[in-house]
Design a protein around this ligand. Structure first.
Ligand code: C2E
Ligand code: MG
Ligand code: MG
Ligand code: MG
Length: 287
């Protein structure tokens, strides 16, 4: 394992050097340092049931507060972390931080809420992931049913047998499994059916023009009925307008996430949301 990851790292550096991507190499080194120096933090974006406006989950989104560059968005560093293998340590940190925060909210008297984290393909190739999740949950007294892992269809591309086995172990533990950015990958419906999923997240590119584009309307309706057939809940990403929300409601899409409903927020702001401080605002949106 460590021999292999050493080799991977070497090949990665080798390629980076020959391509002259010194900027990325610098960023990678800074990411390593940043992880040690607590420069990373999480924001949480609320997910709501569309009919009731009820909070159903929180998606953790990693942020990097770079000492010189300021806030670096994940789009800028996640791919690099994946390529270099650093996603292993970053992902472990995310898992631990989410569980620590979830525990703290509960210690502060709030009802448990579903916590969703993004897990990249590379993290799934780590044979210890299942045990790590189990231990981290139990160390923080969080029931597995309150954790959801968001994976993408690309997980199936490289080693589908391994992916199915790993996901089944997670599911057997009680952890929930969502397909993120659904509809953008290449997985066949038969491959999808073999996965022990609990939820589909409709990619936001289909939501963007769903209020006016009949093609996107067809896709969203198809995903909603696919979810129903497979017994999965469906959530729309990137809900930004009331018209999009209306369409989703009428199509039977159960849940939504997006700037209209709630921005990604820091842990303190989420705590106000959990306390009911923002409930009326949400209700107004939902009704
Ligand atoms: P994602 O998992 O699909 O997360 C949703 C992204 O859409 C987030 O971007 C979120 O801020 C953004 N978003 C939410 N609502 C709206 C909306 O209404 N309109 C628009 N235009 N965007 C919206 P963010 O935080 O920049 O994250 C980007 C991607 O980085 C994530 O996409 C995910 O793939 C990855 N990522 C974030 N955190 C982690 C992490 O902890 N681990 C891993 N492996 N990947 C992560
Ligand atoms: Mg996600
Ligand atoms: Mg997504
Ligand atoms: Mg996305």
């Amino acid at each position: 394992q460590s021999k292999k990851s050493g080799r991977d790292t070497f090949q990665f550096y080798d390629r980076m050097m020959s391509e002259g991507s010194l900027m990325d190499l610098t960023l990678l080194e800074e990411m390593r340092v940043g992880l040690e120096h607590n420069q990373f933090f999480l924001e949480y974006q609320p997910q709501f049931e569309l009919t009731s406006g009820k909070l159903t989950g929180l998606e953790a989104l990693v942020r990097w507060n770079h000492p010189r560059l300021g806030r670096v968005p994940p789009g800028r560093f996640i791919a690099l972390a994946e390529e270099s293998g650093l996603i292993g340590s970053l992902g472990n940190w995310v898992l631990e931080e989410v569980c620590r925060q979830g525990r703290q909210w509960r210690d502060n008297g709030h009802a448990p809420v579903l916590l969703a984290i993004n897990v990249s393909q590379r993290q799934f190739s780590d044979a210890n992931l299942v045990e790590r999740v189990r231990k981290t949950l139990s160390a923080n007294g969080i029931e597995p049913g309150y954790l959801e892992l968001e994976i993408t269809e690309s997980l199936l591309a490289e080693n589908p047998e391994m992916a199915v086995a790993r996901l089944s172990d997670m599911r057997a533990m009680g952890v929930k499994l969502a397909i993120d950015d659904f509809g953008t990958g290449y997985s066949s419906l038969s491959a999808l059916r073999r996965l022990p999923l609990t939820r589909l997240k409709i990619d936001r590119t289909f939501i963007q023009n769903v209020a006016s584009d009949s093609g996107d309307q067809g896709i969203v309706r198809a995903i909603v009925s696919l979810g129903r057939e497979l017994g999965l809940t469906v959530i729309a990403e990137g809900v930004e307008t009331a018209a999009q929300k209306e369409f989703l409601l009428h199509s039977g899409c159960e849940c939504g996430q997006g700037y209209l409903l709630g921005m990604p927020m820091g842990a303190e702001e989420i705590e106000r949301l959990l306390s009911g401080g923002l409930r009326s605002q949400i209700h107004e949106i939902a009704s």
